[in-house]
Write a protein that binds this ligand. Structure first.
Ligand code: BEZ
Length: 210
C-alpha cells in the first residue's frame, strides 16, 4: 500500500554498508532521508550518490541522517562505492541498504512495475523525529534528482514544524514566510510582535522566525 504523508514510516531491520540497522532505532531523535536508486553500477545513480556524499555535511548540520537503498547486495554497494569515489570525487559517506530480496523496497512501495520492471524507482522519504513521513518524491530512472531541493524542503519542514508559518514559492532559508491562515490576526500579534505585511487577508508576509 502506498505510504502517505503523516503515516508512520514502516520500521525494518536490514543489512547495510554500515552493518545491520533497525531503522527506527537508527533514526533516533532526529530526522532522516531514505532514498532509493534503481541499480548499482548505473550512470545517473553514480552521479546522484556522489553528490549526496558531497553535501552530506549540510544534512548533518540540520540533524538529518541519510540512507540509500537499491535492490542490490551490500557487497555490490561496497564495490560500486569505489567507482563513485573515482568518478565523482566522493564515496558514499552514509549507509546504503542492501535489499536483493526487495523486502524494504516492497514495504516502501518503491517498485512501480509499470515504470520500471522489478527495480526501484527514485523515491525520497523525509521522516521526522516522530517517525512520521513528512515528504515524499518519486522520480523515474532517467531523471536524476535535485538533492539541493531536498535540503531546501527540509529547511521548510523544520521551520514550519516549529512556527506557525508556511513557506512561499521558491523559498530559501532566510527569506520571508507566510503566516498560516489558521492563525487569527489577534493570535499572530503575540507570535510575531515585529508585525507583518498584509497583502490580502489570507496572504500575510512575515520575516522568517528564528
Ligand atoms: C541510471 O542510473 O542511469 C539508470 C538506472 C536504471 C535505469 C536507467 C538508468
Amino acid at each position: 500500500m502506498a505510504i502517505r504523508l503523516g503515516d508512520v514510516a514502516p520500521d525494518f531491520t536490514a543489512q547495510t554498508t554500515d552493518g545491520t540497522i533497525r531503522f527506527h532505532e537508527w533514526i533516533g531523535n532526529g530526522w532522516c532521508v531514505l532514498f532509493s536508486h534503481p541499480k548499482d553500477f548505473t550512470p545517473v545513480c553514480t552521479t546522484e550518490l556522489g553528490y549526496m556524499a558531497r553535501i552530506k555535511p549540510e544534512f548533518d548540520e540540520r540533524g538529518v541522517k541519510v540512507i540509500g537503498l537499491s535492490v542490490d547486495s551490500v557487497e555490490d554497494h561496497v564495490r560500486w562505492s569505489r567507482d563513485i569515489a573515482e568518478t565523482q570525487g566522493t564515496a558514499p559517506n552514509y549507509p546504503m541498504i542492501g535489499d536483493p530480496e526487495r523486502k524494504v523496497a516492497e514495504l516502501y512501495d518503491m517498485i512501480h512495475p509499470n515504470a520500471l520492471d522489478s527495480l526501484t524507482v527514485r523515491t525520497v522519504y523525509v521522516i521526522g523525529p516522530d517517525k512520521k513521513v513528512k515528504l515524499t518524491l518519486t522520480y523515474p530512472a532517467s531523471t536524476g534528482r535535485n538533492f539541493d531541493e531536498i535540503l531546501r524542503a527540509i529547511d521548510s519542514l523544520q521551520l514550519t514544524a516549529r512556527h506557525q508559518v508556511a513557506t512561499p514559492v521558491n523559498w530559501q532559508r532566510g527569506d520571508d514566510c507566510i503566516i498560516v491562515p489558521a492563525l487569527s490576526d489577534a493570535d499572530a500579534k503575540a507570535k510575531f510582535p515585529g508585525g507583518w505585511e498584509t497583502k490580502k487577508p489570507y496572504l500575510r508576509i512575515v520575516r522568517q522566525p528564528s
